[in-house]
Design a protein around this ligand. Structure first.
Ligand SMILES: Nc1ncnc2c1ncn2[C@@H]1O[C@H](COP(=O)(O)OP(=O)(O)O)[C@@H](O)[C@H]1O
Ligand SMILES: [Mg+2]
Length: 223
C-alpha cells in the first residue's frame, strides 16, 4: 500500500447499504463524494469517522487498520461535520469553543473566533444565541467550529446544502484555502455540480459502477 493513501477501503460491506470492493482516498486532496439520495454517502462517511463499523471487510487509515486505532484519537485526526450539524445550547462563541474543548486542542481569542465566522460569511456577534440562527447560519457556524480544530482530514457531509450558490462557493473556497494551508485533506459530500467541477481534485460517485452494481448484485432477490 503506497504511503500517499489516507484511506484504503477493501471489500467493505454494510448491510445492503454499501458495498465497496476497492476504494482509495489520497492524502492532501479535496475528494468530493456524489450519488443520489440513499446511495450510501453518509454511511461511507460514518465509516471513515469510525461512527459505524463495516459488517465485513477492512478500512485502513494511513496504512493501519482503522479497527485498531483508538476511536477518540481517530475522531481528532478525522473530524466530521454530520449532515445535520450539531448546535449546542448557548451562544455562537460557546459553540465555537465547544469544538476545541471536546477536542482538547488549544483555545483561541475572541478576535480569531470573530474572524472564523466572518470567513464563513457571517456577521454576527459572538454573544448571540446560536438557537436563533437560520439553518444556513447553523451550517456555517458548524463549519467555522470544525475549521478551528487541528486535524489531518475534514469530513463534511453536505456542509453547504442550506446555502445559496454564491455563499456556498465563497464559504467553500475559504474552507479549502485554510485546509491547504494546514496541508490537510478534505472529503466532502455534495450535490452541487458546480462545487464538484470547481473544487474536486478526486471524485467518487456512488451512483456509478462499480458501486451501484455491487449494491444491486448484493440485494438481488429482494429484501
Ligand atoms: N442505521 C441504519 N439502518 C438501516 N438503514 C439505514 C441506516 N442508515 C441508513 N440506512 C439506509 O441506507 C441507505 C443509505 O443511507 P445514507 O448513507 O444516509 O445515504 P445518502 O447519504 O447517500 O443519502 C438509505 O436507504 C438509508 O435509509
Ligand atoms: Mg446523506
Amino acid at each position: 500500500m503506497t504511503t500517499d493513501l489516507l484511506f484504503a477501503i477493501r471489500e467493505v460491506r454494510v448491510n445492503n447499504i454499501l458495498n465497496v470492493d476497492h476504494l482509495d482516498i489520497r492524502k492532501g486532496k479535496v475528494t468530493c463524494i456524489t450519488g443520489e439520495s440513499g446511495a450510501g454517502k453518509s454511511t461511507l462517511m460514518k465509516l471513515l469517522n469510525k461512527m459505524i463499523s463495516p459488517d465485513s471487510g477492512e478500512i485502513f487509515y494511513k496504512g493501519d487498520p482503522l479497527k485498531n486505532i483508538d476511536t477518540v484519537q481517530h475522531r481528532r485526526n478525522a473530524v466530521m461535520l454530520s449532515q445535520v450539524p450539531l448546535i449546542f445550547p448557548g451562544t455562537i462563541k460557546d459553540n465555537l469553543i465547544m469544538g476545541y474543548m471536546l477536542n482538547g486542542s488549544k483555545p483561541h481569542g475572541d478576535g480569531l473566533l470573530k474572524q472564523a465566522i466572518h470567513n464563513m460569511q457571517m456577521t454576527k456577534a459572538l454573544d448571540q444565541d446560536a438557537g436563533t440562527l437560520s439553518g444556513g447560519e447553523k451550517q456555517r457556524l458548524a463549519m467555522a467550529r470544525i475549521l478551528l480544530l487541528p486535524a489531518d482530514v475534514y469530513l463534511l457531509d453536505e456542509p453547504t446544502a442550506a446555502l445559496d450558490e454564491d455563499t456556498e462557493m465563497v464559504v467553500l473556497s475559504h474552507f479549502i484555502e485554510e485546509i491547504k494551508k494546514k496541508h490537510a485533506s478534505l472529503i466532502m459530500i455534495t450535490h452541487s455540480r458546480k462545487v464538484n467541477e470547481q473544487y474536486a481534485e478526486e471524485r467518487i460517485d456512488l451512483s456509478q459502477p462499480p458501486f451501484r452494481e455491487e449494491v444491486k448484485k448484493n440485494t438481488k432477490g429482494g429484501l
